[in-house]
Design a protein around this ligand. Structure first.
Ligand code: GRF
Length: 217
């Protein structure tokens, strides 16, 4: 995935607040994550995450999807902007766009996402409310490789949190975010160290297929 002796180059795609991006920034600054944050790109100009990146001295780019006639045209432009920075991995961190098959195929095994549920439970949107409505005792988040199957790619790490009696979607979201800020940097660390990789639709950990995602609580 990267040439010997150089740090993994990561591009981070965001649409909003960027607290997961901030977790990457903080882990790199603290020396806990030895990667280069080469680019932060947003499809929204008002994304707070762009300010976080600028404050950290990371190159930023903004590509509003409204300027394109369709998804294919936007994704082609996005791919071109990203490839110009030669990322080893592309990290989706609250990027609120579905990516088309050619884009996903181009970055197969190098494209990761974090989704706020214990996949395969609750793919899609509004996960915290759906968990509360179902009366589940546990909730969490999953880091996975992205495939054409929306929120269905091979899972790497899951972080579990309890659902408490007084929770509302906001309190639950905050608890899930806190564990996301641990599991996403941890996943990227494992990839940067060459311990986790994607092969033929599965996750390999230290060369062996991972049948269930690693669990964090
Ligand atoms: C996170 O909950 C993540 O799981 C989902 O979008 C949210 C992004 O939050 N994909 P932030 O922008 O990183 O704060």
């Amino acid at each position: 995935m990267k040439s010997r002796g150089r740090r993994l180059r990561a591009a981070v795609l965001i649409s909003g607040s960027g607290t997961n991006l901030q977790a990457f920034i903080d882990n790199v600054a603290a020396g806990r994550l030895d990667i280069e944050l080469a680019l932060v790109l947003s499809n929204r100009g008002d994304a707070c995450g762009l300010e976080r990146a600028k404050r950290a001295g990371i190159e930023t780019d903004c590509l509003p999807h409204s300027g394109f006639p369709d998804r294919a045209a936007f994704d082609a432009a996005l791919l071109e902007r990203l490839d110009a920075r030669r990322p080893d991995v592309v990290l989706l961190a609250g990027f609120m766009r579905i990516l088309s098959a050619p884009f996903v195929a181009h970055y197969a095994g190098r494209l990761l996402n974090i989704h706020p549920s214990l996949l395969p439970l609750y793919p899609g949107l509004d996960t915290h409310r759906r968990v509360l409505d179902s009366g589940d005792r546990w909730h969490g988040s999953t880091v996975h490789f992205v495939t054409e199957d929306l929120d269905g790619g091979p899972r790497i790490i899951q972080g579990r949190v309890p659902v408490l009696p007084d929770d509302d979607p906001g309190s639950l979201a905050r608890r899930v975010l806190a564990i996301e800020h641990r599991i996403y940097p941890e996943t990227v660390r494992l990839i940067a160290e060459g311990r986790v990789r994607y092969a033929d639709g599965t996750v390999l950990l230290d060369g062996r297929p991972l049948s269930e995602p690693l669990q964090f609580t």
